[in-house]
Design a protein around this ligand. Structure first.
Ligand SMILES: [Mg+2]
Length: 369
């Protein structure tokens, strides 16, 4: 079997109730349409997961990245699910479908996309992460720790296949440019940028070939450049991420370990607050308190000739209980700041909310000091 493509395409096309969760009729509709695409031979296999109000289509095929048929299928599914959501009067039906019609590729049209093309290994372990009430930058810290931090990933020290490090692909989403960093050699340079996760995002991580050049893909996130559509910044939304694991890559436990610390991300209520990212089971991916705290789920799979064996619900493990408790404590602490920073996003981010109107209203009343 040649190379396969793993595509994870997500959208929020209606919440139940409010923004808190997924109505079962939406994945049911997606299942019907994905089932047909599999029968017709477009897909090898598929799996459907959801985190909060986001529906995630996890698909294998042989068409490569940015494929019009695969992206078109996803767009059609999100449109059909929007119809279901409208019938049920779900909240924000079709809210992530920001373009009027599909034009070859869902990137920059509202949905989020993470894709990876690779030769399936003898045992191909895949971890798919989905976040809700958070921002794409939420993956920066865990990805750094998985692939660059020896205090997290023992394999960086003791596995000869990982000892030379990895290549990090970083997007500057505001300026539409990207750069590759050679880790660990350029680790401190890398941190200068990815430590600002609302500006610089880790898009992909690549294995290092023997000559030090960039090799196969190890991790891929739904990061994309920001595009202003319908008065909304696209590419700021709840992200997904694919991480390949084991055999010369971080072990499953090393990929999950960063989530034992509930780090803060922007998102939470109205996408305008900082909050802790809480790792939860599929069942607990229903953010209700102040529309949060932000959640992350992890679906584990073994691939068998492109077929999904799974998903396993990776964060059900009780060993993430302390992280969940930490997230709840941090949420309590931050919540008491109310409309004050650092709970509310910094002043510059308010540019997309009420700030311009309030500024305008007061423009004649400011007195020079
Ligand atoms: Mg969401």
């Amino acid at each position: 079997m040649g190379k396969i493509t793993l595509s994870v395409i997500k959208a929020d096309i209606g919440g139940y109730v409010g923004h808190s969760a997924m109505h079962p009729d939406l994945p049911a509709k997606a299942d019907e349409m994905l089932g047909k695409a599999k029968k017709d031979g477009l897909l090898i296999d598929y799996s459907i997961i959801s985190c909060g109000d986001d529906l995630d289509l996890v698909m294998t095929h042989t068409k490569g990245e940015d494929n019009e048929e695969i992206h078109g299928l996803s767009w059609n599914i999100f449109e059909a699910c929007t119809e279901v959501a409208k019938k049920l009067h779900l909240y924000g039906a079709g809210q992530d479908l920001l373009a009027d019609a599909f034009s070859g590729n869902v990137k920059g049209m509202g949905p989020g996309v993470a894709e990876a093309v690779f030769e399936e290994r003898k045992s191909e372990t895949i971890l798919v992460f989905a976040g809700d009430k958070c921002a794409p930058g939420a993956w920066n810290l865990p990805l750094y720790r998985m692939f660059a931090d020896p205090f997290n990933t023992a394999g960086l020290v003791i596995d000869p296949n990982m000892h030379d490090g990895f290549w990090f692909e970083v997007f500057d989403i505001h300026n539409e440019r990207r750069v590759f960093f050679d880790s660990p050699k350029e680790m401190y340079d890398l941190l200068v940028f990815v430590g600002s996760p609302d500006h610089f995002l880790i898009k992909g991580i690549y294995r290092k070939n023997e000559d030090g050049s960039r090799g196969e893909i190890c991790a891929s996130s739904s990061t994309q450049k920001l595009a202003l559509i319908a008065g909304k910044y696209v590419g700021k939304d709840d992200p997904v991420m694919i991480v390949r694991s084991q055999s010369g890559l971080p072990a499953v436990g090393e990929v999950l370990e960063p989530f034992a610390f509930a780090h803060t991300t922007s998102g939470f209520m109205r996408g305008s607050h900082m909050g802790p990212l809480m790792p939860v089971s599929f069942e607990d991916a229903t953010p209700t308190r102040f529309d949060g705290p932000p959640r992350v789920i992890c679906a584990g799979y073994q691939l068998a000739d492109g077929m999904f064996v799974g998903p396993r619900d990776m964060f059900t493990d009780i060993s993430f209980d302390n992280s969940r408790q930490m997230a709840l404590d941090v949420a309590d602490y931050l919540r008491r700041h109310g409309p004050f920073e650092p709970h509310r996003l910094p002043y510059v981010e308010m540019e997309y909310t009420t700030m311009p109107n309030v500024e305008k209203k007061l423009q004649d009343r400011w007195e020079k000091l």
